[in-house]
Design a protein around this ligand. Structure first.
Ligand SMILES: Cc1ncc(COP(=O)(O)O)c(C=O)c1O
Ligand SMILES: [Zn+2]
Length: 397
């Protein structure tokens, strides 16, 4: 099926841009969002047609930006499972608590969705080299997909980013640079490099297509919930792209008549050590403030100021959602809890969503009958640098 991509639209001022040339931010500085001819998409993107398509993210081709099927760069992004958490349901007074485990995707995180679509579209638009700042997982995913596409990847990450994602970039043949600082410092290096070398800027929300890949997380949830939606979606929020993407997916499906009016309430989970969106939400603000010196073991959500913060906040307000901050200790405790009770090895970011859900259940914000979906954005296997307790060593002569 053909992509129904029609144009790009500024998320702030509404200005319209040609989607078939390389584009980055609007002249007003805000991210551009892909828009589709939804009437054309509705003609072929039907429940019965979808039921016959392969179980991978390319099944939503009408609502994805890649025009030429031959340009799809894929490592086989099959559906990620939704795993009911039976023991935790019982222990914490839920009936419908489940986790969508994105750790099963290629490169071990949900970043594969954004990279598959972002790299495919970049390749279609003639990109030969790109640069991006990353906290690790996005760099690992983009480097892998770039390797398949024959595109040169220039990745800049903080020195403290998980070692394994640095190795993933190296193995994928990317040019990796380390910065003594946070992701916004890495972003400054990328800005300069992009200006100097003319590379494609693939920073979060500075190109319009990563979010289109993340959107497939939302499409999948709808299908896995049999064309319905959970009551609450709990998402570990750094740049917020996954959250913005899911919401965009639900709105598009609603527009083409495949979903009703009801939306889930979104919960954005951040770390105590990096909580700009939580603070902005608490104060009823429409944008967040840069948080200097932020720090957390959940590296993926260590984003001191997100370009799309206003979009995340809009979604929280529009869906009657919430924003919750979780301490590192609680995250690691929850990581062990879900591992030991349910056998799922989630990343600290994913563990933070469990802590948030339990907190909101205790407060009564979540009721027992509600269907609550945690998004585990990556596998816990990547975080080998965390100083977990070590077993005792048996001395032998
Ligand atoms: C494991 C993990 N979770 C969550 C995030 C945050 O993603 P988003 O930009 O969609 O908020 C990241 C981003 O690096 C990540 O690596
Ligand atoms: Zn604009």
């Amino acid at each position: 099926m053909r992509s129904a991509l029609s144009h790009l639209e500024c998320s702030k001022c509404g200005a319209s841009y040609d989607a078939d040339v390389q584009q980055h931010l609007c002249v007003c500085g805000a991210p551009l969002l892909a828009r589709y001819d939804l009437k054309a998409a509705a003609a072929t993107c039907t429940r019965s047609s979808l039921a016959q398509r392969e179980e991978n993210l390319w099944r939503y081709s009408e609502l994805l930006p890649v025009r030429e099927p031959a340009k799809r760069v894929t490592l086989h992004e099959s559906f990620s499972p939704i795993i009911p958490l039976q023991t935790l349901n019982r222990d914490f007074g839920f009936k419908g608590l489940a986790v969508k485990d994105e750790g099963t995707l290629p490169t071990g995180s949900f970043k594969a969705r954004g990279a598959a679509v972002g790299i495919s579209r970049a390749s279609e638009l003639g990109v030969e080299a790109f640069a991006m700042p990353t906290n690790g997982n996005a760099g690992a995913a983009w480097a892998a997909y770039a390797a398949r596409a024959g595109i040169r990847a220039h990745i800049v990450m903080p020195t403290d980013a998980p070692l394994i994602s640095r190795l993933e970039c190296f193995i994928a043949g990317a040019d990796v640079q380390l910065v003594n600082g946070l992701i916004n410092d890495a972003a400054s290096v990328v800005n300069e490099a992009v200006a100097h070398h003319g590379w494609y800027d693939a920073s979060t929300l500075k190109e319009p297509y990563r979010i289109e890949g993340k959107k497939t997380l939302g499409f999948e949830i709808v299908e896995q919930f049999a064309w319905d939606l959970p009551d609450v979606i709990v998402y570990p929020t750094g740049g917020g792209v996954g959250l913005i993407g899911m919401y965009k997916a639900f709105l598009e499906l609603r527009e083409i008549g495949l979903l009703g009016e009801r939306m889930p309430r979104f919960v954005a989970v951040q770390a105590q050590g990096c909580r700009p969106i939580v603070d902005a939400w608490r104060d009823g603000k429409r944008e967040s403030m840069l948080q200097r010196g932020s720090n957390t073991v959940a590296f993926g959500i260590n984003v001191p100021k997100a370009l799309g913060d206003f979009l995340v906040l809009d979604i929280l307000y529009a869906t009657g959602g919430a924003a919750v901050a979780i301490g590192d200790e609680a995250m690691l405790e929850m990581q062990q809890l879900i591992g030991s009770r349910e056998g799922v090895f989630v990343c600290p970011e994913g563990a933070a969503t469990l802590a948030a859900a339990i907190m909101l259940r205790r407060d009564g914000w979540i009721t027992d009958a509600q269907r609550v979906l945690l998004i585990n954005t990556g596998t816990g296997l990547k975080y080998a640098d965390i100083p977990y307790p070590q077993p005792a060593i048996i001395e032998r002569k």
